[in-house]
Design a protein around this ligand. Structure first.
Ligand SMILES: *[C@@H]1O[C@H](CO)[C@@H](O)[C@H](O)[C@H]1NC(C)=O
Ligand SMILES: *[C@@H]1O[C@H](CO)[C@@H](O)[C@H](O)[C@H]1NC(C)=O
Ligand SMILES: *[C@@H]1O[C@H](CO)[C@@H](O)[C@H](O)[C@H]1NC(C)=O
Ligand SMILES: *[C@@H]1O[C@H](CO)[C@@H](O)[C@H](O)[C@H]1NC(C)=O
Ligand SMILES: *[C@@H]1O[C@H](CO)[C@@H](O)[C@H](O)[C@H]1NC(C)=O
Ligand SMILES: *[C@@H]1O[C@H](CO)[C@@H](O)[C@H](O)[C@H]1NC(C)=O
Ligand SMILES: *[C@@H]1O[C@H](CO)[C@@H](O)[C@H](O)[C@H]1NC(C)=O
Ligand SMILES: *[C@@H]1O[C@H](CO)[C@@H](O)[C@H](O)[C@H]1NC(C)=O
Length: 573
């Protein structure tokens, strides 16, 4: 996404919401999930009064014109809001929210007819609307609404459920609202990192005869990390060795900021392609073992097309697009790990409007023919970062992905889920972010945070840290790219250095986390010759030095391949 466009978008859409720690199983056979097995309220309902509606409608009241009643079906009690007249007719429970907490919300929702988006919203006393999440509810089965909010004030608030269609009744059950302090949330992230990003490793050090050796000094050095942490890259890297050193000493993955976009590659006029710059950047990346996510073949925003394109009639746009995809995808075929094939095709529809509603599906199909190895991503903003955006929320993302996948010939394309992750410098709604990542991640496609950044503001670095930790601790996240760079690339939204490539506050957060997510230390074996530890997934070199002879043994270890029951035997001669 381009910086200017992004600023405009984010200024109009501020972020708030949250999400839960308990896991659950979804059935994604359709485009929305429906209840397979009934579920109890998470956290026994948390601070919600009468979460299972076993005490009539106690704790709940109708808002506006509707009426509420408890209903019993198959032995289960739930709440029904009926006789609605206006779309805003709803029901509420008043809760007390505390400042600086995260609230995970979950609820089972059903509607009386058809399919309808239902959102959960908190209205605070001072009139703030905190959007907690949206689900596409169906009739005939229960759908899970999962999300949450973050708070910046202590206030009473009304939790209510909203659906735009007044002709349907809303049913709800097993509503849960669980508060977490920031410290609790953080400790849960740390526990998840330990579990999903590290392996326990046990070394037993002996001498040649098999005698266990105590006090052996072991130096553990990480050679490679298995978690893709990357950063955007601009053409400025081609002319600055400082930029080159800054980048290659930190990152092994990249996305070019603008240099692979159509408006860059065919800027001067139709047919006048120029790949000099992206070719040179690809060559630089290759020399430095940096893997590239291709960004992007097309961008569905009408404002981000090559200038000459938009004046053409649809038929010519079709021909020019066919040439574009063939040109860029075959040029870099086999050299990129991924392509964002049609960027932002949930918020925009330039190609669908010009070429028909299957345009994106056809482009994914063609891209796969031209480059069979690249993972083909959808790439959207606001899916996890803005609970108010009704266009690209996780359920709509899933729907779009399924539509593209259902196009004949697309079944076996290696799709990927790209979540841009552009946050404002406000307390991030990590509960909502987590709910979205858990939902989309559980589909089984590779999922990356593709353009992580935080807009300028007093808490920019802190917010970035919270977001990166949330992403890294999520078991479904397969990689993260920070969409920023050194000072020379501009600091309008976010940058990571001063003019001399010294890390600024944001850069220091990134440096700190890269260091934290790496295992490098020295230790000694215990009296039984053991050294038990846990190491981040990656490749390591271990050096064990005999305490008296100084004889040393060097070994390579692949930590992600270590079996938890395995004991690694190290013989020091
Ligand atoms: C709510 O939880 C109860 C168990 O506490 C369960 O019997 C019921 O089916 C659940 N309702 C839904 C809609 O999952
Ligand atoms: C409201 O829902 C009903 C029942 O599903 C449906 O027939 C109707 O078209 C919907 N109206 C709107 C405006 O979506
Ligand atoms: C809380 O956040 C809202 C929305 O960003 C803002 O309008 C409000 O001023 C903030 N309140 C406090 C006390 O920071
Ligand atoms: C292609 O782009 C490069 C780098 O900007 C420029 O030096 C070169 O003149 C361009 N070639 C043509 C034919 O425009
Ligand atoms: C790139 O990786 C290969 C294989 O892992 C290694 O042999 C080579 O030294 C690396 N090159 C650089 C510049 O890091
Ligand atoms: C989209 O593709 C489907 C499946 O091939 C086809 O049935 C449908 O007619 C296409 N729609 C348009 C508008 O081309
Ligand atoms: C280290 O691991 C070994 C092998 O499983 C075990 O016997 C030993 O008790 C462990 N030591 C510690 C301190 O946990
Ligand atoms: C082992 O190394 C230590 C520190 O470098 C040194 O003081 C000691 O003399 C060495 N011992 C042998 C047997 O080489």
């Amino acid at each position: 996404m381009e910086v200017v466009t992004l600023l405009l978008l984010l200024c109009s859409l501020l972020c708030t919401a949250g999400h839960a720690i308990e896991a659950l199983s979804y059935d994604y056979s359709g485009t929305t999930k429906c209840l397979v097995e009934p579920e109890k309220p998470h956290y026994k309902g948390g601070i919600i009064v009468n979460p299972e509606f076993n005490n009539g409608v106690k704790g709940w009241e109708a808002l506006g014109q509707g009426a509420i009643k408890q209903q019993l079906s198959n032995g289960n009690r739930f709440l029904v809001l009926h006789s609605r007249i206006h779309p805003l007719d709803s029901f509420r429970q008043r809760v007390n929210l505390e400042k600086d907490k995260l609230y995970a919300l979950s609820a089972w929702v059903q509607i009386s007819k058809g399919n309808q988006a239902v959102s959960a919203i908190f209205k605070t006393k001072d009139g703030q609307l905190l959007h907690a999440g949206t689900v596409i509810a169906k009739s005939g089965c229960w759908s899970m609404l999962k999300g949450g909010i973050s708070t910046n004030t202590t206030s009473q608030a009304d939790l209510y459920f909203e659906t735009g269609n007044a002709t349907v009744d809303i049913w709800v059950d097993n509503i849960s609202l669980q508060p977490f302090s920031k410290a609790q949330w953080r400790s849960h992230q740390d526990a998840r990192i330990e579990k999903v990003r590290k392996n326990k490793v046990r070394f037993e050090v002996t001498d040649v005869d098999g005698t266990k050796l105590a006090g052996v000094r072991v130096v553990i050095k990480q050679i490679r990390s298995d978690f893709p942490s990357g950063c955007a890259m601009s053409k400025n890297i081609l002319t600055s060795t400082d930029y080159q050193n800054w980048f290659s000493s930190r990152f092994k993955y990249t996305t070019f900021a603008n240099e692979m976009k159509w408006y860059s590659n065919e800027a001067r006029g139709r047919g006048q392609e120029n790949y000099t710059i992206p070719d040179a950047m690809v060559a630089f990346a290759k020399q430095n073992n940096i893997s590239i996510r291709g960004h992007n073949v097309f961008w569905d925003n009408p404002k981000t097309q090559p200038k000459w394109l938009t004046t053409l009639p649809p038929e010519e746009i079709g021909k020019a697009s066919a040439r574009r995809i063939d040109s860029v995808v075959s040029r870099y075929s086999g050299q990129l790990i991924a392509w964002d094939v049609v960027n932002e095709n949930m918020h925009f529809s330039f190609f669908e409007d010009m070429l028909g509603k299957n345009a994106s599906a056809i482009f994914y199909n063609r891209a796969h023919q031209l480059d069979a190895t690249a993972t083909l991503f959808l790439n959207e903003y606001n899916t996890i970062e803005n609970s108010k955006d009704k266009t690209a929320h996780p359920e709509n993302y899933l729907k779009k992905l399924k539509e593209i996948q259902a196009y004949p010939g697309n079944e076996n394309i290696p799709f990927g889920i790209g979540l841009q992750t552009h946050f404002p410098a406000l307390p991030p709604n990590l509960a909502y972010m987590r709910a979205g990542m858990d939902m989309l991640g559980s589909l089984g496609f590779p999922m990356w945070l593709t353009e992580v950044d935080v807009n300028t503001g007093p808490n920019q670095a802190t917010v970035l840290e919270e977001i990166l930790r949330e992403g890294y601790s999520n078991p479904y996240v397969d990689g993260m790219i920070i969409f920023s760079g050194p000072y020379i690339d501009g600091c309008g939204r976010m940058c990571m250095t001063d003019p001399n490539y010294k890390s600024n506050e944001v850069g220091e957060v990134v440096d700190k986390l890269l260091k934290e997510w790496k295992s490098e230390f020295e230790a000694t074996t215990d009296i039984h010759g053991y050294l038990n530890t846990s190491l981040f997934h990656g490749g390591y070199e271990l050096t064990a030095t005999h305490p008296t002879t100084n004889a040393s043994k060097i070994m390579s270890i692949e930590v992600s391949k270590v079996n938890p029951d395995e004991i690694i035997h190290v013989k020091v001669t």
